[in-house]
Design a protein around this ligand. Sequence first.
Ligand code: HEC
Ligand code: HEC
Length: 353
Amino acid sequence: MKPLMLWIFVLLAAVLALGCAQPEPLPEWEAANPLSPLPAPPLGVDHTFEELAEPPTVETVRLGRWLFYDTRLSADNTISCATCHRPANAFSEPTSVSTGIAGQEGGRKAPTFINAAWALLPHTFWDGRAANLEDQALGPVENPIEMGNTHDAMIETLQGIQGYARYFEATFGSPGITTDRVAKAIADYERTRMSGNSPYDRWKAGDESAVSDEVKLGDQLFFDKAGCNQCHLGYNFTDTLFHNLGVGWDPDSETFRDEGRFAITNQESEKGAFKTPTVREVTHRAPYMHDGSIETLREVVELYNRGGDPNPYLDPKIKALDLSEEEIDALVAMMEALDGEGYLDTPPGAFPQ
Ligand code: HEC
Ligand code: HEC
């Protein structure tokens, strides 16, 4: 009897142990960046991912999130996209111009790409030289003062990181790490960085108490007397077109420190013209303009109020506005009410190894 009991115990114990066996634990980096549902566009962003030609998928976005924050894409493993495009600054940066690899300064400020998934026109960069987020995504990798790498070297690095292979395969349905795949993944992560549901959006959706009377006055001015909506229009408050406000004009030499759109099109009329930025999340993006030359929102409105900075190529839509001090404050308050939510993120806690 006794040996039989013992055997039964041993068997029971074995069955129990098997039943409780844990599945293979997730790699640390996958636990830190799990597949998660695509975020819903917030109030005020009147679009859906389905309307895009090639919508993001949960897989492209997860992979893109790693790549966006991975410093191994740069030549010396120090710089990621997020070095300049910082979540807390709505994916812009708190400095006038960017600092890239080996502390080198560029001539322009990193613009935000929030809500860029549904950009009205295919104009990426301050001068529109890239057509879409995919075209844009790999430029910085090869820019000698940004990430200082080559595409070949970046692909080689990624191929050498064993952990990445399975995610490229799971995302694109076949093995292989290519520049196109890296670009698509990063661009899709960017497409999920949206901003809406601000007090302004809640007011426009019917909640009269969401904003102050000052904001309401500012809104009226924005769309009427001040004519800001001639360029800052649509759900993301930008026409995605190029205009000269006089920013960067040097009256002494009568030249622009940066010729902007002109360098791309050679159109005289586009000298010193830059792409209209969104005014969503604008409080997180000081200093302002392509060269970060204006410190505060109030000073931006003062620039418009005096009719821009005079130069031969000033946009004809820019005229002195004759705004009172109260009206200037109201425009600032209106823009401040466009601080919303939906874009924030933190770098994944671990990366494929
Ligand atoms: C060293 C700083 C720096 C790094 C690193 C960097 N960027 Fe940028 N980014 C900029 C600057 C500056 C601009 C504007 C350049 C211009 O307009 O000529 C820009 C422009 C952009 C734009 C255009 C936004 C718009 O509204 O047109 C996107 C999108 C973007 N970067 C994504 C990325 C991605 C993806 C990476 C990583 C692969 C990256 N950036 C790395 C500084 C940086
Ligand atoms: C003619 C088109 C046009 C009009 C009208 C216009 N803007 Fe702009 N806005 C732009 C362009 C273009 C820039 C970027 C210029 C540059 O960087 O050189 C800009 C930049 C800004 C910025 C800085 C944003 C950033 O990220 O740096 C703010 C804020 C702003 N505009 C608010 C306003 C307000 C408020 C009004 C109305 C008083 C207004 N704009 C009217 C085209 C326009």
